[in-house]
Ligand binder design. Sequence first.
Ligand code: AMP
Ligand code: MN
Ligand code: MN
Ligand code: MN
Length: 273
Amino acid sequence: MKYDLHCHSNCSDGTLTPTELVGRAIEMGVQALAITDHDTINAYHHINPKESPQIKIIPGIEFSSCWGKMNVHIVGLNVQLDSDALKTGVAFQNTARQKRAVMIADKLDQLGFKGALAGTTAIANNGNIGRPHFAQYLVNIGAVSDINQAFKKFLGSGKPGDIKQFWANIPQVVQWIKEAGGTAVLAHPKKYQLTRIKLKHLLDEFIEAGGRGMEVISGRQDAAITKDLAGLCVEKKLLASCGSDFHQPGQAWAELGHIPELPKVCPPVWDYW
Ligand code: AMP
Ligand code: MN
Ligand code: MN
Ligand code: MN
């Protein structure tokens, strides 16, 4: 069974509609898919799993979270979409996202880019406003040449638009997921660029909070990284998850289903559902 347990639709910062996303996943040979939009489950209001019996849809979400001065992402998998705890979490994070959008727009305003909030809201098209939408706005007005430049200059780590403080902390996020009957999985552990000691510290706090899994596979990745993360997963007695983190077609390193297999040493998260 080919699983892809991490991807985005245009309900957050992906480009495909939820229906298109499911269709593409089927084309790519995915047999079990979790749509994990940033801080929203709206994608699930647009699809009917019964209409595509050839693929198993596993309800999911990718929550943003504060860990000290950093942000980390926690994927909730196999959640009950009608859970009150999940609704509470989504509402809290939506408010956080809106507050953050206002603050990012203020920062850009101070840098001379007026009207960023209205412009970016239009680009997000009723979806959750994220930094990629601000990036697209900056490209559209000619402030930068491409999305990458927008992150490098204005929105990425340490830049004015990188506002971190609004998200819920790890225990809170894990609690929402657990109360919704789901499994909390630490997303893309290598993305945080932590030292070994700090990464283990993060995993320990995550486990202490009730986190059960980690992504051993995130998109196309080197075998050495897979081996390393598999070792950590086993050492910390975590369940292993895998996902492409697909956002849009044309990014070969993050295509639906185009991911290495989980190493045999890791217990897959789906064995426990
Ligand atoms: P947000 O959830 O609004 O903080 O936005 C985070 C999202 O921005 C990530 O999930 C990526 O999709 C995207 N992103 C982060 N860094 C970059 C980058 N350097 N270039 C392009 N996209 C990025
Ligand atoms: Mn994203
Ligand atoms: Mn993420
Ligand atoms: Mn993601």
